[in-house]
Ligand binder design. Structure first.
Ligand SMILES: *Cc1c(COP(=O)(O)O)cnc(C)c1O
Length: 367
């Protein structure tokens, strides 16, 4: 490659491990010696079936997915799952509870409201979404079918460090921006969904993990004729995610990323690396009043670190100088402003060290 890669802190699509990018590059003309290029092979071919099986097996191993749970690779992003989970799990007039912790959970609530009643049982909207709730701060409604939460709030830089209490109800989670980056008890959840483009691969493929309960609820709705074919979990499950043409490219990259995870200490390895990266950055942010971190300490995300510069007029200077130093993707989301460094699995500790060094230097010159 003639150009050098930047230190990529973008929120998504996000940096992938370089070895994965190179493996994908090598496969584009010829996948696994089949003679067919990666983007040119039938999803019905045995070669591609091997890729799907391998990706699902690796996900099962890395995330400890119980044998009786179903793994799906669908399209439409996490944004389609806002609607699709509700459509499959709720019957008309039924209720689900939602914890509103940022822009993505707001959207999940809006879409679920098209299907049934989405109860917003806790919101941090008034405080600018700086935290996620403790279990004692909300109560689950007696007549709700499930509890929905957003495990990591990509825009706000907040994250749960515990499993939300659902009072025994099934739990649905949007784990788009921390899946395979932090510990997760899959068996404690009934639907886990995640767009791949943060921690897992390219955009255009969505990982969905369903418990037997979730699939049985979908079956009831399917039998009632409530589900359009393409929005029916049971159809995709019965066809092993090959009901129609899936994102073949995306599924291959997903397999490569999970192989890379397995070769690099599995989920435990990823957790340790993400902890180390985020600690380094938060220590720097806490060192001086020059910086003003957004999230409440107990809710800080290890995946997306958000902050302002106390003198906000310096933020555009910071971003410009960072870019000149080869540090990219640091502009905060417009809902929070300021600066955001996304430290997904593909982001290396080297990149974070370069960022921290730049921050020290920037503070010296402008502080
Ligand atoms: C990025 C993101 C989404 C949206 O994902 P799409 O794949 O673009 O639909 C939803 N939820 C969270 C937590 C995200 O980070």
């Amino acid at each position: 490659m003639s150009h050098s890669r930047i230190h990529n802190f973008g929120a998504g699509p996000a940096v992938l491990p370089l070895s994965v990018v190179e493996e994908v590059q090598a496969t584009l003309p010829n996948l696994s010696g089949s003679g067919f290029g990666l983007c040119e092979i039938s999803h019905r071919s045995p070669t591609f079936q091997t890729v799907v099986d391998s990706a699902m097996d690796r996900i099962r191993r890395v995330l400890s997915v119980p044998d009786d749970y179903t793994i799906l690779f669908l399209q439409g992003g996490a944004s389609l799952q806002f609607y699709m989970t509700a459509l499959n799990l709720l019957k008309p007039n039924e209720k689900a509870d939602f914890l509103e912790t940022g822009g993505w959970s707001k959207k999940a609530i809006r879409e679920a409201n098209r299907v049934g009643q989405a109860n917003n049982i806790w919101s941090d909207s008034e405080n600018g979404f700086r935290s996620v709730p403790n279990n004692s701060e909300y109560s689950v409604s007696e007549d709700s079918v499930y509890l929905h939460y957003t495990s990591n709030n990509t825009l706000m830089g907040t994250q749960y460090h515990h499993l939300p209490d659902s009072a025994g109800k099934p739990i649905v989670v949007d784990a788009s921006s921390d899946i395979a980056g932090v510990a997760i008890d899959v068996s404690a959840h009934d639907v886990i969904y995640a767009g791949a483009q943060k921690n897992l691969g390219p955009s255009g493929v969505t990982l969905i993990i369903l418990s037997p309960w979730a699939l049985s609820r979908a079956k009831e709705n399917s039998d009632l004729g409530n589900l359009p074919t393409m929005l029916d979990y049971t159809i995709h499950a019965s066809k092993g995610s090959l009901f129609n043409t899936p994102n073949t490219f995306g599924i291959f990259v997903l397999d490569c990323v999970f192989k890379w995870l397995e070769e690099n200490g599995g989920l435990e390895g990823a957790i340790a690396r993400n902890r180390a990266k985020s600690s380094l950055l938060y220590e720097e942010l806490d060192r001086s009043n020059f910086w003003s971190p957004h999230a409440k300490k107990s809710s800080r995300s290890v995946m997306n670190v958000t902050w302002r510069i106390s003198d906000q007029s310096l933020e555009s200077v910071f971003l410009k100088e960072a870019e000149e130093m080869g540090l990219g993707g640091l502009k905060g989301h417009r809902e929070v402003g300021g600066i955001r460094a996304s430290l997904y699995n593909g982001c290396t500790i080297d990149s974070v060290e370069v960022l921290v060094k730049f921050m020290r230097d920037f503070e010296k010159r402008h502080g």
